[in-house]
Design a protein around this ligand. Sequence first.
Ligand code: GDP
Ligand code: MG
Length: 290
Amino acid sequence: MTKAGIVTVAGKPNAGKSTTLNRIVGQKLSITSDKPQSTRDRVVGIRSTADAQMVILDTPGLLDPSYALQAAMRQTAVAALKDADVIVYLADGRTGPPPSLQEAAGLESPPKAPVITVINKTDLLTPADRAELEAACPDALMLSALTGDGIDALLVNVEAKLPESPFLYPEDDVSTQSVRFFTSELIRETALEQLEQEVPYSVACEIEELREERNPVYIRAVIYVERDSQKRILIGDKGRRIRDIGAAARVKIESLIGARVYLDLWVKVLQNWRRDANALRRFGYSSQNR
Ligand code: GDP
Ligand code: MG
């Protein structure tokens, strides 16, 4: 009998959820960034071995909803907790012993699925800090998602908690998300990498056209920002910044799809889109249309 189930990776922004997911799947699927909130949707990665399959949900940061985008993100994260068969609760070890997931996420009741608490970024801890954390949280697993130290123990633990079940997806799938989705995430990630404070959360990306049958593959994408001043920042002096973003994003997309790409990249303003329910739906950030 095989085992299979949904594994939700949860935790505060910047805890290392996306890095852990990529490690588990063994491939870059979810965008990582040192700016919080880089994962705005549930990215599904799949790990299949001979007798077990993990379908992995990445969650956006469990934040206090203070404006429309964050409220939609939080709903998405809470829904991913409800769907889980196993929850991997990740915390940054540098901030000391973590609160329970229920407390951290402000849940009324504890999640139904078993929770594996994982203390991440052990590569940044002194041996003394590590020993202190191990004593304070005896049930937690120690991990460095960055170096991979501790990942095998985590996988063994997750697999032990999966329900007996046939595989949920074909065994050679690594993701159920479309090329279109990952392409837009890679462009957004690249823009975030090259931008200063403040602008990042105003950046959304929409793929207007994607023609995989062409050589090179043709992609027309629009980066949306909220104000003219942000558009000027993104375009940069003589268009230099948007050209740099486009060039770097193109390389990443080419390695994702394994083909040459022509990326036709534009910047447009959609006034205050983060406070606009229609715009949130259009960019896929609302959980209602799922
Ligand atoms: P998320 O917001 O929880 O998805 O976090 P990310 O996976 O995007 O990681 C946030 C930042 O922490 C990135 O700069 C990662 O490279 C970094 N990071 C993640 N895991 C580790 C780790 O184990 N060690 C170190 N040193 N950095 C890490
Ligand atoms: Mg993330």
